[in-house]
Design a protein around this ligand. Structure first.
Ligand code: SF4
Length: 355
């Protein structure tokens, strides 16, 4: 029987984010692990591997395609009510025990994670995205940094067709991958999973590369929103949340911060769900740190006004939401509050489409 690893091994091409060392070693720069890979070996992510001194990377397939509300990514300051044509690949550079996409992210590590893949071209994806009325094409469902060459091939064609482009990522990037990716990226959602390096290492990563990524993406002008899944007992202390929110505010108080509720998943099945009170407490900490846009997610209908966007200047409700659904959008076409003229940070104007 052909294994998934064998199928994926046939859907590759030479990567661009690497250097050679020694006779036939390679060093990959697609994520913060910067793996040194001997001939015949694979990186931590399992999807990039060394074949005879050449780094081979995923190419020409996806494992999932869906047109989702852009609020589901979540992007709350980009094209409200818009459609995000979302594609997923397989694999991840981390191994979070509470991953909510573990079937795709851990497909090459965990025999319980049964996934499949199908061939597709960038042109076919862009054509389909336009047919479905998408506003953006977004790499999501698994960690996109590890398949960045393939994403950029898609994004080049998406941009030419008038689509915005996005990543939903853990942010474990390198300067090299950001230099390669950001010229083609409009929207970047980054998980900031806590503010404790020891905890990050339990998940298979490190805190500092994620902080560096957030600062670099913001500096570049690419739109960035941050998500923190609040896991009881893991990252929910008031002190840690205050440090995390303080860091975000130091980068920019205009960065939206989504604090979202955990539900038991994958290997973390004994931990209780995040309560509404804990979410509200985290929101309050974010506001005290100076963040202007703090949202509470994953408990729709239970968090009052915290799914809406309010003008920081006059407090008018600008975008009213119920879960991922936009019920009202008052932001002007020039991105301002209609009541007081405050310029609301985000990406509000859609690009002209290729017909
Ligand atoms: S993407 Fe990250 S984990 Fe995968 S090979 Fe490259 S550096 Fe290693």
């Amino acid at each position: 029987m052909t294994t998934l690893a064998q199928v994926l091994g046939e859907h590759t091409r030479e990567g661009e984010l690497y250097e050679r060392y020694g006779a036939d070693g390679v060093r990959c720069f697609a994520c913060g692990h910067c793996c040194r890979i001997p001939d015949g070996g694979a990186g931590v992510c399992k999807v990039r591997f060394n074949r005879g001194g050449t780094l081979m990377v995923p190419w020409g397939y996806v494992s999932g395609l869906h047109c989702d509300p852009i609020e589901k990514k979540p992007f709350f300051h980009a094209f409200p009510g818009g459609n995000a044509y979302s594609f997923g690949m397989l694999g991840c550079d981390l191994h979070c025990s509470y991953c909510q996409n573990w079937v795709t992210s851990q497909a090459l590590r965990d025999p319980e994670a049964v996934s499949s893949a199908f061939e597709i071209t960038p042109a076919e994806m862009v054509h389909d995205a336009l047919l479905q009325g998408a506003d953006a094409i977004v790499s999501t469902y698994n960690e996109p940094l590890i398949t960045t060459e393939w994403a950029v091939a898609i994004f080049r064609q998406a941009r030419a067709a008038g689509l915005a482009t996005g990543y939903v990522s853990n942010g474990n990037a390198t300067p090299q991958v950001l230099d390669y990716l950001l010229p083609w990226l409009d929207l970047f959602k980054i998980d900031l999973k806590g503010f404790d390096d020891r905890r990050y290492r339990e998940l298979g990563g490190r805190l500092q590369p994620v902080l560096d990524t957030i600062a670099a993406v913001h500096r570049s002008g690419t739109w960035v929103e941050i998500v923190t899944l609040l896991v009881p007992g893991f990252n929910d202390s008031a002190e840690e949340l205050a440090q995390l929110a303080g860091f975000l505010a130091s980068v920019s108080p205009d960065i939206p911060w989504h604090v979202t509720a955990f539900h038991p998943d994958y290997k973390l099945t004994e931990t209780p769900r995040t309560t509404t009170d804990l979410l509200l407490h985290a929101v309050e900490i974010g506001r005290r740190a100076g963040l202007r846009f703090v949202y509470a997610g994953n408990i729709p209908g239970a968090v009052g006004d915290l799914e809406n966007t309010r003008c920081p200047s006059c407090a008018k409700v600008l975008v009213r939401r119920a879960g991922f659904s936009v019920r009202e959008n008052q932001i002007t076409t020039s991105g301002t509050c209609p009541a007081c003229g405050y310029a609301v940070p985000g990406r509000w104007t859609r690009k002209p489409r290729m017909s």
